[in-house]
Design a protein around this ligand. Sequence first.
Ligand SMILES: [Fe+2]
Length: 141
Amino acid sequence: MANIEWYDSFSVGINLIDEQHKELLGKINALNEAVDKHQGIDKILNTLTFLYQYTDVHFSTEEKYMKELDYPGKKIHMEQHIEFFEMIETMRKDFEEDGATRALGESISTYLGNWLITHIKSIDFKFGEFLRETGHAGINA
Ligand SMILES: [Fe+2]
């Protein structure tokens, strides 16, 4: 499964968030690679843990500003974040139970990668617009 590349069209116009999204894609790609190269279940679970931890860092950043600025779309946005965490957890269970099967490897790009890009291009775009319109384009962690 090919790595997911970053395109400028993924930019939400907020540097901090763009950088975090790039990092997150990198973690998804690392997991993808670990499965592709049959690096063993321990290594795979490790990369999954890194992905989980960084997702937490990133979502916390977004949610911090959503709460601080009383962003009107925060409820639906945060629900989507929970959905992503749940996907990672389901994936962890599947890896633990079934090992690194080919089907599971394919679902990394299909589910995690596609979910993230769809999320960025819809719901994060709106939040980026809100940050710019309210004069918060220059936020830093
Ligand atoms: Fe988000």
